[in-house]
Design a protein around this ligand. Structure first.
Ligand code: UDP
Ligand code: MG
Length: 323
């Protein structure tokens, strides 16, 4: 954490953009906007609410359009299909025009009431104010365990550690948003990108409640893929470790060779050795397969990046000045 900066920033006359990615969130929309209205009223900033419909199959889109007709603060970016939360978030952040940008989950797991404190810290000069989950009681033990293991592994391997128990819930200064927009990669591992850009950052602990309505769209395999995406995007250690493994295996092989040669010299020539031969061959083969698999993970992602397809496609924009 960086030392507190000095600043003369003021919220007066500034615009705050809330960016809300939504995938099948119709059930919780009314409650979401109620909570936002109540939380935003005392903030003393102009509010912009950018909702991204990430290919919802329920009536999220229709209800947002209806709402936008009577609410000039609301802007809607509808994607052409479900691109996933990270892409939806990127779409929303790129569409946001505010001096401060706060991504928010539609299920109210990121309490909008915290934003007042975020803005106060922004006024003190912090460019990024992120929420830190004080406890993960709302997660299953399995999710808590795997999340903890992931953060430890990630921070050990990556040069840009991500603060543990943080999500996308944070306030970003416009300068940070501009910096993020300059990162060209298609694989949007936002937590990692947030850490990579630097700036003066500070955490605010909060208790993360359970989902207010609807159901999560995440599947367990999705989380595993997400974790591998994050790791491969921010560390090449899994690629390089094979040099070390290879050198080690070579030394082990030399040692084993010495043992066998000595045995032959001392005990004379003998045929047995089938078991040790199989073990060495199978073990070496397995190592090579693993190394090839790791190469595949990276090459596959390089292929995605090289194709240079857009991160998301927009079907419709509602409520923007240019539409
Ligand atoms: N989300 C999205 N696209 C997806 C999956 C999720 O835009 O493909 C949105 C979802 O509507 C919600 C946020 O991302 O606003 C977080 O999703 P969720 O609550 O399901 O995830 P969790 O809280 O378990 O991380
Ligand atoms: Mg959630």
């Amino acid at each position: 954490m960086t030392p507190p900066p000095t600043s003369t920033r003021s919220r007066a006359g500034r615009t705050l953009s809330l960016v809300i990615p939504m995938h099948n969130e119709a059930a919780g929309l009314d409650l979401l906007f109620q909570r936002i209205d109540a939380a935003a009223a005392p903030l003393g900033v102009t509010l912009e609410i950018v909702c991204v419909d990430d290919g919802s199959r329920d009536d999220t889109y229709a209800r947002l359009v209806a709402r936008a007709a009577g609410d000039p603060r609301l802007r809607l970016v509808a994607l052409t299909r479900n691109f996933g939360k990270e892409a939806a978030l990127t779409a929303g952040i790129e569409a946001a025009t505010g001096d401060m940008v706060v991504p928010l989950d539609a299920d109210l797991q990121d309490p909008p009431e915290l934003i007042g404190e975020f803005i106060s810290l922004w006024e003190q000069g912090y460019d990024v104010v992120y929420g830190v989950r004080a406890d993960r009681a709302s997660d299953t033990p399995m999710k808590r365990f795997s999340a903890g293991a992931f953060y430890r592994l990630f921070n050990r391997l990556s040069d840009y550690p991500i603060p543990e128990s943080t999500g996308d819930f944070r306030l970003m200064d416009r300068a940070v948003v501009t910096a993020l927009a300059r990162l060209p990669e298609r694989n949007r591992f936002m937590k990692g990108l947030f850490a990579w850009v630097g700036f003066r950052q500070v955490g605010v602990p909060y208790v993360r409640p359970a989902r207010a309505a609807g159901a999560t769209s995440w599947r367990y395999f999705g989380l595993i893929r997400f974790a591998v995406d994050g790791l491969t995007a921010f560390t090449t250690v899994p690629l390089k470790v094979w040099t070390g493994v290879g050198v080690l295996a070579a030394f082990l092989a030399l040692g084993f060779a010495a043992v066998i040669v000595t045995q032959v010299l001392v005990g004379g020539r003998s045929v047995p050795g089938y078991a040790s031969l199989m073990v060495v061959i199978l073990f070496g083969f397995a190592l090579q397969m693993i190394a090839l698999g790791v190469l595949g993970e990276y090459i596959g992602r390089m292929y995605q990046e090289v194709k240079g397809r857009p991160i998301y496609l927009v079907r419709e924009r509602v409520g923007f000045d240019d539409t």
